[in-house]
Design a protein around this ligand. Structure first.
Ligand code: S3P
Ligand code: PEP
Length: 441
C-alpha cells in the first residue's frame, strides 16, 4: 500500500463524548494458553484446555505442535468459548523435514525449538519479516550447548534456523543470557523435565527481562508435577520426570484487560472486567496497583468482577519492569498531568517492534513529549492532537493508539487488525465499550 492508501485504510479511533461505562469478558491469556498447549504436547496422557485463547499467536502454536505430531482437536463449547483436546506427541515418530511458521509470536519462536529438539526430524523455523529481527541467539546457543544441531540460515542468532531433533536430549548445565527476553529461560524450563538427565539453567550476568513470566513458567510446571529447585536466585534445576496430563480453564488475559481499564482511566469512566482471578501468575494483575497509584478507584467484587473508575486527572508514575504492560501504560502516561518514567524495559526494543522508539515517535507525532531513555521512556505532559498512529505490526502499539484516540479527537490507527495477534475481537469490543456510558463529558 502507498502512504495515501495506508492513511485511507487507517482506523478512526472511537472518541466518545462521554465517559465509558461497560462490562467485558476479556479473551483468555496468551501466555497461559501457549504454555499449557506446549506442556500438553509433552504430558503423560491426553489433556483438555477450556476457554483457550483463539488468536493468531495461539493458532500458530497449535499449528506448530500439530506439525510436531501432537493431536489437537478444537471444539466450540456451549458458552461459545474454545475447548481443546490434546493428545501428546510421540517423540519416537520420524517426522521428516517440517517447516514451522512462527508468525511474530515470541512464545512460538522461543518455546517450540527446544521441543523440536526432543522430536525426531528436521524442523525449520521462520516467521514474519519482523520475526527475523527478534533475538534468538540464547535459545540457539543453549540448545547447541546441550548437544542439539542448530543450523542458522541467515544472520547469526536470528531466524530462520533449523533444529535437527534425534528423539532425545541428554540435558545438563547451561548458561543463558536472559537480558533480551525471559522467554529464553522459559523455553528451556518448559521442556527440561523431558530430557534424559534434567537441566540446570544459570542466568548469565546482567538483567533478567520480564522475570514474572519466568515465575509463571515455574508455577505452571510445578502444578503439573515437575520438580524445580532454585540452587541460587539466578538458577533453576529441573529434575527429569513426567509432566502430568491436565484439564484446565484459562484465565482472562490480564495484560489485554489493560487497554479496557485504560479506557476508564482516560475518560474518567467505569469499566468492569469479569472473572478477574483472585490469585494469578499473570503480570497483568499489576494493573490494580499501577492504576490505583495513578488515581483510579478499584473494587474487586465477590463474584470476581474487577471494577475500575478513572480519576478526573491522571497522575504520572515512575515504574520499573512494566514488561508487556509498557505500551498500554505509556499511552495512559501520555494523558497524565505529571511526568512518568518507565524504566527497566530496554528489552522492549526486541519485541514485536522496537517499542521504545515506536512509542516515542508515535506519541510525539500527536504532540506528546516522550524521550527515549537507555532502558525506558520519560513521558512528560503535553497537549495532544489528532493524527496518524503507526503500529509496526505490533498489537500493543495498536491498542495504545486506540487509548489515546479515546481521549483525543482525530486519531487514526494504522492496521488495527494487528490486534488479532492476541485479541481478534479488539475492534468490536473497543467500539462497543466506546459507545457505552450516557453521562455528558
Ligand atoms: O513468556 C511469555 O508468555 C511472555 C514473556 C514476555 O516476553 P519478554 O521477556 O521478551 O518481555 C512478555 O513480554 C511476552 O508478551 C509474553
Ligand atoms: C512481547 C509480546 O509478545 P511475544 O509473546 O510475541 O513476545 C507481547 O505480547 O507484548
Amino acid at each position: 500500500m502507498n502512504t495515501q492508501d495506508t492513511l485511507d485504510a487507517a482506523w478512526d479511533a472511537p472518541h466518545p463524548a462521554h465517559p465509558v461505562d461497560g462490562t467485558l469478558i476479556v479473551p483468555a491469556s496468551k501466555s497461559l494458553t501457549n504454555r499449557y498447549l506446549l506442556l500438553a504436547a509433552l504430558a503423560d496422557g491426553p489433556s483438555r484446555i477450556h476457554n483457550a485463547l483463539a488468536s493468531r499467536d495461539s493458532d500458530l502454536m497449535i499449528a506448530a505442535l500439530r506439525a510436531l505430531g501432537t493431536g489437537i482437536e478444537t471444539r466450540e463449547a456451549p458458552d461459545g468459548t474454545l475447548e481443546l483436546r490434546i493428545t501428546p506427541m510421540d517423540l519416537a515418530v520420524q517426522m521428516g523435514e517440517v517447516d514451522i511458521d512462527c508468525g511474530l509470536a515470541g512464545t512460538v519462536m522461543r518455546f517450540v525449538p527446544p521441543l523440536a529438539a526432543l522430536a525426531n526430524g528436521s524442523f525449520t523455523f521462520d516467521g514474519d519479516p519482523h520475526a527475523r529481527l527478534r533475538p534468538m541467539a540464547p535459545v540457539h546457543t543453549a540448545l547447541s550447548d546441550l548437544g542439539v544441531k542448530i543450523t542458522e540460515h541467515g544472520e547469526p542468532g536470528l531466524l530462520p534456523a533449523t533444529v535437527t531433533g534425534t528423539g532425545s536430549v541428554s540435558g545438563g548445565g547451561i548458561e543463558v543470557d536472559a537480558s533480551g527476553s525471559s522467554q529464553f529461560i522459559s523455553a528451556l524450563l518448559l521442556v527440561a523435565a523431558r530430557t534424559t538427565n534434567g537441566v540446570e539453567i544459570i542466568a548469565a550476568d546482567g538483567p533478567i527481562a520480564s522475570p514474572d513470566h519466568i515465575e509463571m513458567t515455574v508455577a505452571t510446571l510445578r502444578e503439573l508435577g515437575v520438580s524445580i529447585t532454585r540452587p541460587t536466585k539466578r538458577s533453576w534445576k529441573v529434575e527429569p520426570g513426567k509432566i502430568s496430563a491436565f484439564e484446565r480453564t484459562m484465565e482472562p488475559d490480564l495484560s489485554n484487560a489493560g487497554p479496557f481499564l485504560a479506557a476508564a482511566m482516560v475518560t474518567a469512566g467505569t469499566v468492569r472486567i469479569a472473572h478477574w482471578p483472585t490469585e494469578t501468575t499473570q503480570v497483568g494483575d499489576q494493573w490494580r496497583t499501577i492504576l490505583e497509584r495513578m488515581g483510579a478507584t478499584l473494587t474487586h467484587h465477590q463474584d470476581g468482577t474487577l471494577e475500575l473508575t478513572g480519576p478526573k486527572e491522571i497522575s504520572g508514575i515512575d515504574f520499573a519492569d512494566a514488561s508487556e504492560l509498557a505500551p498500554t501504560l505509556a499511552a495512559i502516561c501520555a494523558l497524565a498531568n505529571g511526568p512518568s518514567r518507565l524504566t527497566g524495559i530496554a528489552h522492549l526494543r526486541g519485541h514485536e517492534t522496537d517499542r521504545l522508539a515506536a512509542l516515542a515517535k508515535e506519541i510525539n507525532n500527536l504532540g506528546g513529549k516522550v524521550t527515549e531513555l537507555d532502558d525506558g521512556l520519560l513521558i512528560e505532559p503535553a497537549p495532544l492532537h489528532g493524527g496518524v498512529f503507526e503500529t509496526y505490526a505490533d498489537h500493543r502499539m495498536a491498542t495504545a493508539g486506540a487509548i489515546i484516540g479515546l481521549a483525543v479527537p482525530g486519531v487514526k490507527v494504522v492496521d488495527i487488525a494487528t490486534t488479532a495477534k492476541t485479541m481478534p475481537d479488539f475492534p468490536t469490543l473497543w467500539t462497543t465499550l466506546a459507545l457505552s456510558g450516557k453521562a455528558a463529558h
